[in-house]
Design a protein around this ligand. Sequence first.
Ligand code: S3P
Length: 444
Amino acid sequence: MSQSTDENVVKVSPYEGTLRGSVQVPGDKSISHRSILFSAMAEGTSRLTGVLDSEDVRSSIRVVQALGAEVSLEKQIDGSLSGGITGWGSKGPERPEVELYCKNSGTTARLLMGVLAPWDITATISGDASLSRRPMRRITAPLMMMGVHFSPEEASKLPIKETGTRSLKAISYNSPMASAQLKSAILLAGLGADGETTVIEPYPSRNHTELMLPEFGARTTAGERTASVFGPVTLHAAEVDVPGDPSSAAFLVCAAMLIPGSSIQIENVDLNTARVGFVRTLERMGGEVSVRSVGLAGKEPYGVISASYTEGLHGCEIPADKIPSEIDEVPILSLVAARARGITVFRGISELRVKETNRVKAVMDGLGQMGVDSWVEGEDLFIEGQPNLKMPKGLVFESNKDHRLAMTWAIAGLTGDQPVSIRDFDSVKVSFPQFMKKLEELER
Ligand code: S3P
Protein backbone atom coordinates (compact mmCIF):
# COMPACT_ATOMS: atom_id res chain seq x y z
CA MET A 1 0.00 0.00 0.00
CA SER A 2 2.79 2.44 0.87
CA GLN A 3 6.53 2.76 0.61
CA SER A 4 8.95 5.29 2.09
CA THR A 5 11.82 7.04 0.38
CA ASP A 6 14.77 8.81 2.02
CA GLU A 7 13.46 12.32 2.50
CA ASN A 8 10.46 11.35 4.57
CA VAL A 9 8.38 11.18 1.42
CA VAL A 10 5.87 8.35 1.46
CA LYS A 11 4.42 6.99 -1.75
CA VAL A 12 0.85 5.60 -1.56
CA SER A 13 -0.62 3.57 -4.42
CA PRO A 14 -4.27 2.96 -5.27
CA TYR A 15 -5.53 0.05 -3.22
CA GLU A 16 -7.10 -2.70 -5.31
CA GLY A 17 -8.50 -4.87 -2.50
CA THR A 18 -11.18 -4.13 0.08
CA LEU A 19 -11.08 -2.95 3.69
CA ARG A 20 -13.00 -5.34 5.93
CA GLY A 21 -13.25 -6.43 9.55
CA SER A 22 -12.91 -4.77 12.96
CA VAL A 23 -10.13 -2.70 14.49
CA GLN A 24 -9.58 -0.51 17.49
CA VAL A 25 -7.97 2.88 17.10
CA PRO A 26 -5.56 4.31 19.71
CA GLY A 27 -6.81 6.42 22.62
CA ASP A 28 -8.47 9.78 22.12
CA LYS A 29 -5.92 12.59 22.01
CA SER A 30 -8.06 15.24 23.73
CA ILE A 31 -9.06 12.89 26.56
CA SER A 32 -5.47 11.62 26.94
CA HIS A 33 -4.12 15.17 27.39
CA ARG A 34 -6.77 15.94 29.98
CA SER A 35 -6.20 12.69 31.89
CA ILE A 36 -2.50 13.57 32.20
CA LEU A 37 -2.93 17.24 33.09
CA PHE A 38 -5.72 16.66 35.63
CA SER A 39 -3.81 13.77 37.27
CA ALA A 40 -0.77 16.04 37.57
CA MET A 41 -2.89 18.72 39.29
CA ALA A 42 -4.49 16.23 41.69
CA GLU A 43 -3.60 15.07 45.19
CA GLY A 44 -2.62 11.37 45.16
CA THR A 45 -1.96 8.82 42.42
CA SER A 46 -4.35 8.56 39.49
CA ARG A 47 -4.59 5.38 37.40
CA LEU A 48 -4.83 5.80 33.64
CA THR A 49 -5.43 3.18 30.94
CA GLY A 50 -5.66 3.39 27.15
CA VAL A 51 -3.70 6.66 26.98
CA LEU A 52 -2.60 7.55 23.43
CA ASP A 53 1.15 7.26 22.90
CA SER A 54 1.81 10.02 20.39
CA GLU A 55 4.14 13.01 20.13
CA ASP A 56 1.46 15.48 21.27
CA VAL A 57 0.58 13.43 24.34
CA ARG A 58 4.31 13.01 25.11
CA SER A 59 4.45 16.82 25.23
CA SER A 60 1.86 16.87 28.00
CA ILE A 61 3.76 14.15 29.87
CA ARG A 62 7.05 16.06 29.53
CA VAL A 63 5.64 19.34 30.84
CA VAL A 64 3.88 17.84 33.88
CA GLN A 65 7.13 16.03 34.78
CA ALA A 66 9.01 19.34 34.54
CA LEU A 67 6.44 20.72 37.01
CA GLY A 68 6.99 17.94 39.53
CA ALA A 69 4.37 15.29 38.72
CA GLU A 70 5.60 11.69 38.93
CA VAL A 71 4.67 9.80 35.80
CA SER A 72 4.94 6.02 35.62
CA LEU A 73 3.05 5.21 32.45
CA GLU A 74 4.19 2.09 30.61
CA LYS A 75 3.76 1.01 27.04
CA GLN A 76 1.23 -1.83 26.66
CA ILE A 77 1.10 -4.56 24.05
CA ASP A 78 -1.56 -2.64 22.05
CA GLY A 79 0.71 0.43 21.94
CA SER A 80 -1.23 2.44 24.54
CA LEU A 81 0.15 3.83 27.81
CA SER A 82 -1.15 2.71 31.21
CA GLY A 83 -0.05 3.35 34.78
CA GLY A 84 0.02 5.98 37.49
CA ILE A 85 0.56 9.71 37.78
CA THR A 86 1.15 11.25 41.21
CA GLY A 87 0.17 14.89 41.13
CA TRP A 88 1.32 17.97 43.01
CA GLY A 89 -2.09 18.50 44.65
CA SER A 90 -2.38 21.28 47.22
CA LYS A 91 1.38 21.92 47.39
CA GLY A 92 1.32 23.12 43.78
CA PRO A 93 3.70 22.61 40.87
CA GLU A 94 7.48 23.05 41.24
CA ARG A 95 9.14 26.05 39.65
CA PRO A 96 10.33 24.49 36.37
CA GLU A 97 14.05 24.60 35.66
CA VAL A 98 13.50 24.39 31.93
CA GLU A 99 11.21 25.94 29.35
CA LEU A 100 7.92 24.08 29.10
CA TYR A 101 8.35 22.97 25.48
CA CYS A 102 5.03 21.85 24.00
CA LYS A 103 6.45 20.97 20.56
CA ASN A 104 3.44 20.80 18.13
CA SER A 105 0.73 20.46 20.77
CA GLY A 106 -1.75 23.35 20.98
CA THR A 107 -3.83 21.50 23.57
CA THR A 108 -0.81 21.13 25.87
CA ALA A 109 0.24 24.78 25.56
CA ARG A 110 -3.21 26.29 25.96
CA LEU A 111 -4.53 24.08 28.76
CA LEU A 112 -1.20 24.50 30.56
CA MET A 113 -1.78 28.26 30.74
CA GLY A 114 -4.91 27.52 32.79
CA VAL A 115 -3.15 24.85 34.89
CA LEU A 116 -0.41 27.32 35.92
CA ALA A 117 -2.75 30.27 36.53
CA PRO A 118 -3.46 29.70 40.28
CA TRP A 119 0.20 29.33 41.33
CA ASP A 120 2.71 32.10 42.04
CA ILE A 121 5.46 30.62 39.91
CA THR A 122 6.89 31.83 36.61
CA ALA A 123 7.29 29.51 33.64
CA THR A 124 8.07 29.95 29.97
CA ILE A 125 5.86 28.07 27.53
CA SER A 126 7.30 27.40 24.08
CA GLY A 127 6.61 25.30 20.99
CA ASP A 128 7.89 24.29 17.56
CA ALA A 129 7.68 26.53 14.48
CA SER A 130 4.03 25.61 13.79
CA LEU A 131 2.83 26.11 17.38
CA SER A 132 4.80 29.39 17.61
CA ARG A 133 2.70 30.74 14.73
CA ARG A 134 -0.66 29.92 16.38
CA PRO A 135 -2.77 32.56 18.20
CA MET A 136 -2.40 32.67 22.01
CA ARG A 137 -3.97 36.04 22.77
CA ARG A 138 -7.35 34.28 22.86
CA ILE A 139 -6.09 32.49 26.00
CA THR A 140 -3.89 35.15 27.61
CA ALA A 141 -6.56 37.91 27.37
CA PRO A 142 -9.20 36.18 29.57
CA LEU A 143 -6.54 34.80 31.94
CA MET A 144 -5.22 38.36 32.39
CA MET A 145 -8.77 39.40 33.36
CA MET A 146 -8.50 36.74 36.08
CA GLY A 147 -5.21 38.25 37.35
CA VAL A 148 -2.51 36.22 35.54
CA HIS A 149 0.57 38.04 34.19
CA PHE A 150 2.14 37.33 30.83
CA SER A 151 5.35 38.63 29.41
CA PRO A 152 5.55 40.23 26.97
CA GLU A 153 2.18 41.61 28.08
CA GLU A 154 0.85 41.95 24.54
CA ALA A 155 2.22 38.57 23.50
CA SER A 156 0.09 36.78 20.98
CA LYS A 157 2.54 34.02 20.06
CA LEU A 158 4.80 31.58 21.92
CA PRO A 159 7.24 31.68 23.62
CA ILE A 160 5.35 33.39 26.47
CA LYS A 161 6.36 33.76 30.12
CA GLU A 162 3.47 33.24 32.54
CA THR A 163 3.28 34.23 36.21
CA GLY A 164 0.23 32.95 38.04
CA THR A 165 -1.36 34.26 41.22
CA ARG A 166 -2.97 32.74 44.30
CA SER A 167 -5.64 35.44 44.24
CA LEU A 168 -7.34 34.66 40.94
CA LYS A 169 -10.67 36.32 40.15
CA ALA A 170 -13.58 34.17 38.95
CA ILE A 171 -15.01 35.49 35.65
CA SER A 172 -17.90 34.96 33.28
CA TYR A 173 -16.44 35.04 29.77
CA ASN A 174 -18.22 35.40 26.46
CA SER A 175 -15.86 33.57 24.15
CA PRO A 176 -15.60 35.02 20.63
CA MET A 177 -14.99 31.55 19.15
CA ALA A 178 -16.04 27.94 19.81
CA SER A 179 -12.77 26.52 21.10
CA ALA A 180 -12.49 23.74 23.67
CA GLN A 181 -8.85 24.68 24.30
CA LEU A 182 -9.86 28.23 25.22
CA LYS A 183 -12.83 27.07 27.31
CA SER A 184 -10.68 24.49 29.12
CA ALA A 185 -7.88 26.96 29.91
CA ILE A 186 -10.37 29.30 31.61
CA LEU A 187 -12.15 26.50 33.48
CA LEU A 188 -8.83 25.08 34.75
CA ALA A 189 -7.82 28.52 35.98
CA GLY A 190 -11.28 28.82 37.55
CA LEU A 191 -10.52 25.84 39.80
CA GLY A 192 -8.18 28.17 41.67
CA ALA A 193 -10.50 31.20 41.76
CA ASP A 194 -13.03 32.01 44.45
CA GLY A 195 -16.57 31.39 43.16
CA GLU A 196 -18.08 30.45 39.80
CA THR A 197 -16.09 30.77 36.57
CA THR A 198 -18.19 30.48 33.41
CA VAL A 199 -17.46 30.31 29.69
CA ILE A 200 -20.19 31.02 27.13
CA GLU A 201 -19.48 29.94 23.56
CA PRO A 202 -21.04 30.91 20.21
CA TYR A 203 -21.45 27.18 19.37
CA PRO A 204 -20.85 24.09 21.49
CA SER A 205 -17.25 22.82 21.45
CA ARG A 206 -15.99 19.47 22.78
CA ASN A 207 -16.84 19.08 26.46
CA HIS A 208 -14.26 16.56 27.74
CA THR A 209 -13.00 18.97 30.42
CA GLU A 210 -16.45 19.48 31.94
CA LEU A 211 -17.12 15.73 31.81
CA MET A 212 -13.81 14.65 33.35
CA LEU A 213 -13.27 17.28 36.07
CA PRO A 214 -16.05 15.87 38.34
CA GLU A 215 -14.20 12.51 38.32
CA PHE A 216 -11.34 14.42 39.95
CA GLY A 217 -13.69 15.97 42.53
CA ALA A 218 -14.48 19.36 40.96
CA ARG A 219 -18.03 20.65 40.65
CA THR A 220 -18.96 21.68 37.09
CA THR A 221 -22.18 22.58 35.33
CA ALA A 222 -22.60 22.42 31.58
CA GLY A 223 -25.29 23.49 29.15
CA GLU A 224 -25.36 23.55 25.34
CA ARG A 225 -23.02 26.53 25.05
CA THR A 226 -21.99 27.22 28.64
CA ALA A 227 -19.76 25.55 31.17
CA SER A 228 -18.89 26.53 34.73
CA VAL A 229 -16.58 25.42 37.53
CA PHE A 230 -16.76 26.33 41.20
CA GLY A 231 -13.52 27.14 43.02
CA PRO A 232 -11.33 27.00 44.87
CA VAL A 233 -10.95 23.23 44.80
CA THR A 234 -8.04 20.79 45.00
CA LEU A 235 -8.48 17.90 42.59
CA HIS A 236 -8.10 14.40 43.97
CA ALA A 237 -6.77 11.33 42.17
CA ALA A 238 -9.11 9.42 39.83
CA GLU A 239 -9.20 6.51 37.41
CA VAL A 240 -9.51 7.27 33.71
CA ASP A 241 -9.96 4.76 30.91
CA VAL A 242 -9.42 6.54 27.59
CA PRO A 243 -11.67 5.37 24.71
CA GLY A 244 -10.48 5.31 21.08
CA ASP A 245 -10.10 8.53 19.11
CA PRO A 246 -13.00 9.30 16.73
CA SER A 247 -10.74 11.73 14.85
CA SER A 248 -8.41 8.83 14.00
CA ALA A 249 -11.36 6.53 13.25
CA ALA A 250 -12.62 9.10 10.72
CA PHE A 251 -9.72 8.40 8.35
CA LEU A 252 -10.47 4.67 8.27
CA VAL A 253 -14.22 5.29 7.97
CA CYS A 254 -13.75 7.66 5.01
CA ALA A 255 -11.32 5.24 3.32
CA ALA A 256 -13.88 2.40 3.65
CA MET A 257 -16.59 4.64 2.21
CA LEU A 258 -14.51 5.27 -0.93
CA ILE A 259 -13.05 1.77 -1.57
CA PRO A 260 -15.52 -0.56 -3.39
CA GLY A 261 -16.50 -3.67 -1.42
CA SER A 262 -15.34 -2.33 1.95
CA SER A 263 -17.19 -2.78 5.22
CA ILE A 264 -15.49 -2.03 8.56
CA GLN A 265 -16.20 -1.61 12.27
CA ILE A 266 -14.15 0.55 14.59
CA GLU A 267 -14.60 -0.62 18.16
CA ASN A 268 -14.24 1.14 21.50
CA VAL A 269 -14.40 4.64 20.00
CA ASP A 270 -15.49 7.75 21.90
CA LEU A 271 -19.01 8.61 20.67
CA ASN A 272 -19.40 11.98 22.38
CA THR A 273 -21.78 13.98 20.13
CA ALA A 274 -19.39 16.94 20.37
CA ARG A 275 -16.88 14.76 18.47
CA VAL A 276 -18.72 12.58 15.97
CA GLY A 277 -20.23 15.28 13.75
CA PHE A 278 -18.41 13.64 10.84
CA VAL A 279 -20.71 10.60 11.08
CA ARG A 280 -23.77 12.84 10.66
CA THR A 281 -22.12 14.61 7.70
CA LEU A 282 -21.30 11.32 5.98
CA GLU A 283 -24.92 10.20 6.55
CA ARG A 284 -26.14 13.41 4.96
CA MET A 285 -23.92 12.66 1.96
CA GLY A 286 -25.78 9.35 1.63
CA GLY A 287 -22.98 7.31 3.22
CA GLU A 288 -23.62 3.95 4.86
CA VAL A 289 -22.36 4.67 8.34
CA SER A 290 -23.78 4.11 11.81
CA VAL A 291 -22.86 4.19 15.47
CA ARG A 292 -23.78 1.75 18.23
CA SER A 293 -23.36 2.81 21.81
CA VAL A 294 -21.82 0.21 24.13
CA GLY A 295 -21.31 1.98 27.45
CA LEU A 296 -19.65 4.79 29.34
CA ALA A 297 -15.95 5.34 30.02
CA GLY A 298 -16.26 7.75 32.94
CA LYS A 299 -18.87 10.12 31.50
CA GLU A 300 -17.77 9.59 27.89
CA PRO A 301 -20.05 7.40 25.76
CA TYR A 302 -18.16 4.89 23.66
CA GLY A 303 -19.09 2.19 21.17
CA VAL A 304 -18.74 1.01 17.58
CA ILE A 305 -18.70 2.95 14.30
CA SER A 306 -19.59 0.86 11.22
CA ALA A 307 -19.05 2.06 7.67
CA SER A 308 -19.37 0.54 4.20
CA TYR A 309 -18.46 1.54 0.69
CA THR A 310 -21.23 3.73 -0.68
CA GLU A 311 -21.92 4.34 -4.34
CA GLY A 312 -23.60 7.61 -5.24
CA LEU A 313 -22.36 9.84 -2.39
CA HIS A 314 -23.64 13.39 -2.85
CA GLY A 315 -22.69 16.82 -1.57
CA CYS A 316 -24.34 18.43 1.46
CA GLU A 317 -24.27 21.57 3.56
CA ILE A 318 -22.66 21.60 7.00
CA PRO A 319 -23.99 24.51 9.11
CA ALA A 320 -21.54 26.63 11.12
CA ASP A 321 -22.87 25.42 14.49
CA LYS A 322 -21.94 21.83 13.58
CA ILE A 323 -18.37 22.59 12.50
CA PRO A 324 -16.84 22.37 16.03
CA SER A 325 -18.09 18.76 16.32
CA GLU A 326 -16.05 17.82 13.24
CA ILE A 327 -13.42 20.55 13.19
CA ASP A 328 -10.48 18.14 12.91
CA GLU A 329 -12.29 16.03 10.30
CA VAL A 330 -12.87 18.80 7.74
CA PRO A 331 -9.74 17.86 5.71
CA ILE A 332 -10.73 14.19 5.32
CA LEU A 333 -14.41 15.11 4.79
CA SER A 334 -13.24 17.50 2.06
CA LEU A 335 -11.64 14.56 0.30
CA VAL A 336 -14.94 12.60 0.47
CA ALA A 337 -16.74 15.73 -0.81
CA ALA A 338 -14.26 15.84 -3.71
CA ARG A 339 -15.44 12.35 -4.73
CA ALA A 340 -19.18 13.01 -4.18
CA ARG A 341 -21.70 14.28 -6.73
CA GLY A 342 -22.48 18.01 -6.51
CA ILE A 343 -21.30 20.73 -4.17
CA THR A 344 -20.50 20.43 -0.47
CA VAL A 345 -20.45 23.59 1.67
CA PHE A 346 -18.71 23.82 5.04
CA ARG A 347 -20.10 27.00 6.69
CA GLY A 348 -18.02 29.05 9.13
CA ILE A 349 -14.57 27.50 8.76
CA SER A 350 -12.41 30.40 10.02
CA GLU A 351 -10.97 28.36 12.94
CA LEU A 352 -9.45 25.95 10.40
CA ARG A 353 -7.06 28.69 9.32
CA VAL A 354 -5.31 28.64 12.71
CA LYS A 355 -4.74 24.91 13.18
CA GLU A 356 -1.31 23.21 12.89
CA THR A 357 -1.29 24.87 9.48
CA ASN A 358 -3.83 26.90 7.51
CA ARG A 359 -6.02 23.92 6.68
CA VAL A 360 -8.38 25.89 4.42
CA LYS A 361 -5.53 26.85 2.12
CA ALA A 362 -3.88 23.43 2.39
CA VAL A 363 -7.11 21.56 1.51
CA MET A 364 -7.78 23.88 -1.44
CA ASP A 365 -4.19 23.49 -2.69
CA GLY A 366 -4.29 19.69 -2.46
CA LEU A 367 -7.72 19.34 -4.08
CA GLY A 368 -6.56 21.75 -6.80
CA GLN A 369 -3.59 19.47 -7.52
CA MET A 370 -6.05 16.58 -7.92
CA GLY A 371 -8.09 18.63 -10.40
CA VAL A 372 -11.00 19.34 -8.02
CA ASP A 373 -12.45 22.85 -7.75
CA SER A 374 -12.89 24.45 -4.35
CA TRP A 375 -13.36 28.06 -3.30
CA VAL A 376 -14.10 30.25 -0.28
CA GLU A 377 -16.93 32.77 -0.02
CA GLY A 378 -16.74 34.75 3.20
CA GLU A 379 -16.21 32.09 5.89
CA ASP A 380 -17.64 29.20 3.87
CA LEU A 381 -15.67 26.54 1.98
CA PHE A 382 -17.22 25.11 -1.20
CA ILE A 383 -16.06 21.90 -2.91
CA GLU A 384 -17.33 20.71 -6.27
CA GLY A 385 -17.15 16.93 -6.25
CA GLN A 386 -16.16 14.71 -9.17
CA PRO A 387 -17.35 11.10 -8.69
CA ASN A 388 -15.33 9.93 -11.73
CA LEU A 389 -12.21 11.89 -10.95
CA LYS A 390 -9.09 11.04 -12.98
CA MET A 391 -6.09 12.29 -11.06
CA PRO A 392 -2.96 13.65 -12.78
CA LYS A 393 0.12 11.36 -12.73
CA GLY A 394 2.98 11.94 -10.28
CA LEU A 395 1.16 14.05 -7.67
CA VAL A 396 3.30 15.18 -4.73
CA PHE A 397 1.26 16.52 -1.81
CA GLU A 398 2.68 18.79 0.88
CA SER A 399 1.59 17.80 4.37
CA ASN A 400 3.00 21.08 5.74
CA LYS A 401 4.08 18.84 8.64
CA ASP A 402 0.40 18.71 9.63
CA HIS A 403 -0.63 15.20 10.74
CA ARG A 404 -4.22 15.44 9.57
CA LEU A 405 -3.18 16.64 6.11
CA ALA A 406 -0.57 13.87 5.79
CA MET A 407 -3.30 11.27 6.50
CA THR A 408 -5.84 12.98 4.20
CA TRP A 409 -3.45 12.87 1.23
CA ALA A 410 -2.52 9.27 2.01
CA ILE A 411 -6.23 8.36 1.76
CA ALA A 412 -6.39 10.37 -1.50
CA GLY A 413 -3.69 8.08 -2.90
CA LEU A 414 -5.20 4.91 -1.53
CA THR A 415 -8.68 5.64 -2.89
CA GLY A 416 -7.58 7.32 -6.14
CA ASP A 417 -6.45 6.07 -9.54
CA GLN A 418 -2.78 7.18 -9.42
CA PRO A 419 0.07 6.67 -6.96
CA VAL A 420 0.77 9.86 -4.99
CA SER A 421 3.63 11.02 -2.77
CA ILE A 422 3.28 12.88 0.52
CA ARG A 423 6.06 15.00 1.96
CA ASP A 424 6.85 14.99 5.70
CA PHE A 425 4.57 12.05 6.28
CA ASP A 426 6.04 11.28 9.70
CA SER A 427 3.94 14.11 11.17
CA VAL A 428 1.29 11.37 11.65
CA LYS A 429 3.19 10.60 14.89
CA VAL A 430 1.51 13.67 16.39
CA SER A 431 -1.86 11.92 16.75
CA PHE A 432 -1.98 8.50 15.05
CA PRO A 433 1.42 6.77 14.81
CA GLN A 434 -0.30 3.47 13.93
CA PHE A 435 -2.22 4.95 10.97
CA MET A 436 -0.64 2.73 8.26
CA LYS A 437 -0.67 -0.34 10.51
CA LYS A 438 -4.39 0.04 11.23
CA LEU A 439 -5.19 0.36 7.51
CA GLU A 440 -3.14 -2.77 6.87
CA GLU A 441 -5.07 -4.66 9.59
CA LEU A 442 -8.23 -4.02 7.55
CA GLU A 443 -6.79 -5.15 4.19
CA ARG A 444 -8.59 -8.15 2.67
C1 S3P B 1 -8.91 20.26 21.06
C2 S3P B 1 -9.74 21.25 20.60
C3 S3P B 1 -9.82 21.67 19.19
C4 S3P B 1 -9.22 20.63 18.26
C5 S3P B 1 -7.90 20.13 18.77
C6 S3P B 1 -8.04 19.49 20.14
C7 S3P B 1 -8.92 19.92 22.50
O1 S3P B 1 -9.10 22.87 19.04
O2 S3P B 1 -9.06 21.17 16.96
O3 S3P B 1 -7.37 19.16 17.86
O4 S3P B 1 -8.38 18.86 22.88
O5 S3P B 1 -9.45 20.71 23.28
P1 S3P B 1 -9.78 24.31 19.35
O6 S3P B 1 -10.09 24.39 20.78
O7 S3P B 1 -8.74 25.33 18.96
O8 S3P B 1 -10.99 24.36 18.47
